[in-house]
Design a protein around this ligand. Structure first.
Ligand code: TEU
Length: 536
């Protein structure tokens, strides 16, 4: 496989509204990101993925854009954004922007015009359909609502939205829409950004004829439809290929086979992707299943495409809570998960706060939660007559707010995140878990991440090495090798709360990194993670 900078990169995701607030309004801001760039540089990350900071009514935390060419007030202004880009580059890092082009806000001028009358020239910028027997055009649901269709009284038609009512889907069949989007992409690329994370990019093409589905709850009919690759190849031809950038597509419902169509080298579409076989489909840890997913994706993309490795982001509960042990073994477990993500084949992502082992949260009432997905689902279920307490409890473990609480910088008020009132409450455990503490403890999760990231920079085997699982269907231990040009590494992970014996195949080995101080060989301690270099 060709070597490229983005295959070797470690990406750090900055959810800016919860990162660092410098003006006391309770929202993190771009100035706040600038002030923490030295922290990120020190950690060793190469690329920063910045969540959407464009002008927006902010109903879905920036994923409802009303102006692609300007910056949301809460985040700052264009001048500050430009300063951010400059400061990122000055430190030898790169910046990728979140591109949301499946939908806009209903406050975007395009939608305001489109919904103004049936014969407005921009009517066709969105997807409008006549009612069928006084009902929505089909039985599709949306991610955040029971129906993907909302009726517009004024013009007597329904418009489609894959997410909230306030997030109408653009009509990608319309060439003018596509050209507008490409123009906007060039605007940002010409400012010098280093790529895009492309929000639900496989949803752009809709099923022809908008037929009813047998499985409305499944949502898969929303994605990977015929025509999607034409759009992405066109986007590549018209925009992407002219720049030395990184593109990562958010691609729900994708199999490795289909994945290769998006990221196969030579396909001229995207560089890498997020698939959701873990984050969406594996609610809690399942070792055998996880190994199966990894092997299948490895084989599927082998030598032809690059995967991405992550267990959490701003939509998914923090990994040490969801997939590890955030109690007694929080630190060991956070380090184990990190070891895994950074040594499996694919680009590793660090979601802010993960590097200090931040955990999920439990607030007492639905009022404390801000997430539109959770709030809408709560309302939907309660309206069916279900017990609100039961619904609340059901929604807690996977609420997106688990990972959206403010970053813990110190044990000061509001975790040092803001001098005002944060837009969402701080996780009460910030007194114990925070950056200040982590920096003062040489055994902290933070320093472990730093070592892992450094290791990747020094050893191409972590990036380009072949992968082989040697632990089969062992339900606790995950062990695999990575090999490149005569160099062979062995990673051993004991993903459980007990000690466990696992025969490590080679005697002749050097321990490169471990989350325990010493090595007990075949006896693995709770959540022990080890990286060996093997000598033959
Ligand atoms: O997410 C898509 C989405 O619906 C995720 O919540 C889902 O869990 C999964 O990751 C894909 O199946 C993106 C953004 O990340 C999210 O924050 C937005 O709310 C959403 O798109 C709409 O733009």
């Amino acid at each position: 496989m060709n070597k490229t900078w983005w295959k070797e990169a470690v990406v750090y995701q900055v959810y800016w509204r919860s990162f660092n607030d410098t003006d006391g309004d309770g929202y993190g801001d771009l100035q706040g990101v600038i002030e923490k760039l030295d922290y990120l540089k020190e950690l060793g990350v190469d690329v920063i993925w910045l969540n959407p900071c464009y002008e927006s009514p902010d109903l879905d935390n920036g994923y409802d854009i009303s102006n692609y060419y300007s910056i949301m007030n809460k985040a700052g202004d264009m001048e500050t954004w430009e300063m951010l880009l400059e400061e990122v580059h000055a430190r030898g890092m790169k910046l990728i922007m979140d591109l949301v082009v499946n939908h806009t806000s209903n406050q975007h001028p395009w939608f305001i015009e489109s919904s103004s009358s049936r014969d407005h020239p921009k009517r066709d910028y969105y997807i409008w359909k006549d009612p069928v027997n006084g009902q929505p055009p089909n039985n599709w649901r949306s991610y955040f609502e029971p129906s993907a269709w909302t009726y517009d009284e004024r013009t007597g038609q329904y418009y489609m939205h894959s997410f909230a009512v306030e997030q109408p889907d653009l009509n990608w069949e319309n060439k003018e829409v596509r050209q507008e989007i490409y123009k906007m992409m060039r605007f940002w690329l010409d400012k010098g950004i280093d790529g895009f994370r492309l929000d639900v990019i496989n949803l752009l093409a809709k099923q022809e004829g908008f037929p009813n589905t047998d499985d409305p709850e499944g949502l898969h009919y929303l994605g990977n439809n015929p025509g999607i690759h034409d759009y992405l190849q066109e986007m590549n031809r018209e925009v992407l290929r002219d720049y030395d950038i990184m593109t990562v597509g958010e691609i729900p419902f994708v199999t490795p086979e289909d994945g290769l169509l998006y990221v196969g080298e030579g396909r001229q579409e995207l560089h890498t992707l997020f698939h959701f076989e873990v984050a969406d489909d594996m609610p809690s840890w399942d070792m055998v299943r996880y190994k199966e997913i990894q092997s299948r994706w490895y084989e599927g993309l082998k030598n032809q495409g690059t995967n991405s490795q992550f267990l959490n982001n701003h939509d998914h509960t923090r990994q040490v809570t969801r997939y590890g042990n955030d109690g007694r073994y929080r630190e060991e477990s956070a380090k184990l998960l990190a070891t895994m993500i950074h040594t499996l084949p694919g680009i590793p992502y660090v979601y802010q706060g993960e590097e200090i082992g931040m955990t999920g949260v439990r607030f007492d009432s639905i009022e404390d939660y801000q997430d539109i997905a959770m709030r809408n689902k709560y309302e939907e279920e309660v309206e069916k007559g279900r017990d609100p307490e039961v619904v609340f409890e059901e929604l807690l473990p996977l609420s997106r707010d688990n990972s959206r609480t403010p970053m813990h910088w110190s044990d000061d008020d509001q975790a040092g995140f803001t001098t005002g009132t944060p837009w969402i409450k701080v996780n009460p455990n910030y007194k114990e878990i925070n950056v200040k503490q982590a920096l003062s403890d040489e055994n902290s999760v933070y320093y472990y991440y730093k070592e892992l990231i450094q290791l990747r920079k020094e050893h191409p085997v972590m990036v380009y090495g072949d992968y082989q699982d040697i632990s089969g269907d062992d339900p606790y231990v995950y062990a695999y090798t990575r090999s490149l040009e005569g160099e062979k590494w062995l990673v051993v992970l004991n993903h459980c709360d007990d000690s466990y014996r696992f025969e490590i195949p080679s005697e002749s080995r050097t321990l490169l990194l471990s989350n325990y101080r010493d090595d007990h060989g075949d006896v693995l301690r709770p959540h022990e993670a080890k990286i060996y270099k093997l000598r033959d």
